[in-house]
Design a protein around this ligand. Structure first.
Ligand SMILES: [Zn+2]
Ligand SMILES: [Zn+2]
Length: 375
């Protein structure tokens, strides 16, 4: 009898035939195990969901109160048709998990999205030993190297203070689940109050219902005065950029938080006054160290710079493979569209060349195609 691998890549998502469940499927299925609540990993329409309990309220807010959802703690074991499933912290956003699947001594881990730096907001990433590791590589180029979070937020708070001194409002943009809470928890309340766009406040409320303690925020409504807002800071989602909602805070200074701010030209294209390189994904070193720490025999790369990163991993001795998935659409899934002059591609290629990985602009284009630039 043909011996199927424990997990396989199908047109609906990552599938465990033996356990009859999918992990982060993008087509409706009976049993979906969900790594985290970002929309490219948690789709609507599945019959049953299994997720970490800190994803509960956000999943219900996003997918509907009536979804059939079972939640578990990190490390808790669930059996499905003789296959053992357990979740371990991915350090990406609150409630994010790596999925560990074991049957007859064979262990697979699906990373979902992850970062290795402890952000003080979500449970820190934990490496999990496995034979097969399915990893994202959103920022799998050596140009991506994050500075310590504490240094970055010192810059954010200093920028905010300076805006206050100049009588400018301050608007900081970050994705609603993950980035926004990370910004919120690191803002210096000694500077002033924190105001939020409705999309961000809805997510904050869902997290608070789940027992998460967040710094106090004020939802911006029609009644919130411009003068009041100017004395504080506004956290807004990327969708608010360039809208009348945002323009009404003028004059303001506008900061954009994203890992893509590491690319030359990204700040200019967003028309931002400040670009803060802040990501909820692992940087190059983080990816390599996380993959190494699993001790895996094989690694499969799901989204990001999969082709060049697979080549690099192969060169340093891993059995690495690129796989096709539909992840990478939301949040930081894909780099912004390269500018016509292709400056970002130049930057990326120079740095890859230094790392002795064959440069290929095709990878960048592929990543753009994968999910469209939504940041
Ligand atoms: Zn994500
Ligand atoms: Zn993702």
């Amino acid at each position: 009898m043909f011996n199927k691998p424990l997990l396989e890549f199908t047109d609906k998502g990552i599938y465990c035939a033996k356990g009859k469940f999918y992990i982060d499927p993008w087509q409706p299925v009976d049993d979906a195990v969900i790594t985290h609540a970002h929309s490219d990993h948690a789709y609507a329409g599945h019959k049953r969901y299994l997720a970490h309990h800190l994803s509960r309220e956000v999943l219900k807010y996003r997918l509907g109160e009536d979804i059939r959802l079972q939640t578990v703690e990190y490390g808790e074991k669930v059996m499905k048709n003789g296959v053992e499933i357990s979740m371990f912290p991915a350090g990406h956003v609150i409630g994010s998990a790596q999925i560990r699947v074991e049957s007859q001594g064979e262990v697979w881990v699906v990373s979902g999205d992850y970062k290795v730096e402890d952000d003080g907001v979500c449970t820190p990433f934990e490496p999990v030993s496995c034979h097969h590791f399915i990893s994202e590589c959103t920022f799998g180029l050596p140009i991506y190297k994050w500075k310590p979070q504490v240094d970055l937020f010192n810059e954010v708070n200093a920028w905010w203070k300076n805006n206050l001194a100049q009588g400018l409002a301050t608007v900081i943009v970050g994705y609603s689940l993950g980035k926004a809470q990370r910004i919120l928890q690191n803002l210096d309340l000694g500077n002033g109050k924190i105001y939020t766009h409705g999309v961000i406040e809805n997510t904050n409320e869902a997290l608070r219902r789940n027992g998460i303690q967040l710094q106090p925020t004020k939802r911006i409504t029609q009644a919130t005065s411009k003068e009041e807002i100017r004395k504080g800071i506004v956290i807004a989602p990327p969708s608010a950029v360039g809208t009348p909602w945002m323009r009404k805070f003028q004059p303001y200074s506008f900061g954009y938080c994203s890992g893509w701010m590491a690319l030359r030209g990204a700040k200019r294209r967003r028309a931002a006054d400040r670009g803060f390189i802040l990501s909820d994904h692992a940087d190059w070193d983080g990816l390599v160290s996380a993959i190494d720490a699993t001790g895996c025999e094989k690694v499969y790369l799901t989204h990001g710079y999969t082709a060049s990163f697979a080549r690099y991993l192969t060169e340093i001795g891993f059995d690495a493979h690129e796989v096709h998935t539909l992840y990478g659409g939301e949040e930081e899934g894909a780099p912004p569209q390269p500018s016509p002059e292709g400056r970002e591609l130049d930057d990326a290629n120079i740095n890859i060349a230094n790392q002795k990985v064959s440069p290929s602009g095709g990878d960048l284009e592929g990543a753009v195609d994968l999910g469209g630039a939504t940041i």
